[in-house]
Design a protein around this ligand. Structure first.
Ligand SMILES: [Zn+2]
Ligand SMILES: [Zn+2]
Length: 327
């Protein structure tokens, strides 16, 4: 197998040949069909997340086909198409796992961070954390659903029944969640980098009622806002944009420092919360919902060997929607 591997933080990934890994107990090996590029991958490469395993193969939006089964795998068979997400393993016995919050597990293992991910031609996964996908939808189009979609879905649920919903940072996750929110009958307000007319037009094309700069005030107060951009300075801006009792949901795994702000912005029962990881139940729910919504992901594909280019284009905001690597 081949992989694009991160050997040292803040250095380019390198094309590496490896022996095909042998699945251990309850593991599967998949042939990778496509793997989405997530902003979290940039945080891993940039050393913004603590304790990555190195060297590591990034990538946690994996669409693959099962080609080998370890002992004790149930419910999956050779040839089946599956999705492999960020949540790669949980302990199963900590208070969070036992309390239905496995996304907060005390000893989690994350794909493309602590175990090798999908920037590769093959990957191992704990079979219990892989989602059977069926055969409808193309590999490339499905890949961004595995994180941008899943985490976005969890964030949307956290936003409650907000009718006027702000989305800060109109990248892979927002472009999926805007479609779900519209389908649910919500009004979407899209906030982008200043003067990013292309992203604002993209948001309007997906049904956003309003699109503008993240510094701008929305035309009406919002019921809730979701922050997908990893920019702490947006937290007080989003608080200022929500009504009394409104919520600001921070959906990223990493964010630059949040500047201090007047209590008046939080006063009147506004709240700030964060979304961490996903549960398998989120995945089951969202992957069941996605075809009913008719989500159409906008993708730019790159050959696996060009993973570094894909990461740089993501960093620079050079495409709308999501980047997907194809072996
Ligand atoms: Zn646990
Ligand atoms: Zn991700």
């Amino acid at each position: 197998m081949h992989a694009m591997m991160l050997r040292q933080l803040r250095t380019p990934l390198t094309w590496t040949e490896l022996p095909d890994p042998v699945p251990g107990d309850r593991e599967i090996r998949v042939r990778v069909l496509a793997c989405g590029v997530c902003r979290t991958d940039l945080h891993v490469v940039d050393g913004e997340l603590p304790h990555p395993r190195l060297p590591i193969v990034p990538g946690h939006e994996i669409i693959g086909r099962v080609e080998s089964l370890g002992l004790g795998v149930t419910g999956l068979s050779i040839g089946q198409r599956v999705g492999i997400p960020w949540l790669g393993h949980t302990c199963g016995h900590c208070p969070y796992c036992r309390g239905g919050q496995e996304n907060l597990c005390d000893e989690p293992v994350f794909t493309g961070y602590q175990r090798h991910g999908g920037y590769a031609t093959a990957a191992l996964a704990d079979a219990r954390f892989a989602f059977p996908l069926g055969e409808s939808g193309s590999d490339v189009e499905l890949a961004p659903l595995l994180c941008a979609g899943l985490i976005g879905w969890r964030a949307l649920r956290m936003a409650g029944d907000a009718r006027r919903l702000g989305l800060y940072g109109f990248g892979a996750a927002a472009h999926v969640i805007a479609q779900v929110a519209r389908w649910q009958g919500r009004d979407v307000y899209a906030f982008t980098r200043a003067n990013d007319a292309a992203s604002q037009a993209f948001a309007r094309s997906l049904g956003a009622r309003w699109a503008g700069d993240s510094d701008a005030a929305p035309p009406e107060p919002l019921d809730a806002a979701i922050l997908f951009a990893p920019v702490g300075a947006l937290v007080p801006k989003a608080l200022a944009a929500v009504r009394k009792g409104g919520r600001v949901v921070c959906a990223g795994i990493h964010m630059s420092p949040i500047p201090s702000f007047d209590y008046a912005l939080l006063w009147e029962e506004r709240s700030i919360l964060s979304v961490a990881n996903l549960t398998r139940q989120d995945g089951v729910e969202f992957l069941d919902l996605a075809p009913r919504v008719g989500i159409h992901t906008h993708t730019r594909t790159y050959p696996l060997r060009e993973a570094n280019q894909a990461l740089e284009d993501l960093r620079a905001g050079r495409f709308d929607g999501a980047a997907v690597l194809v072996p």
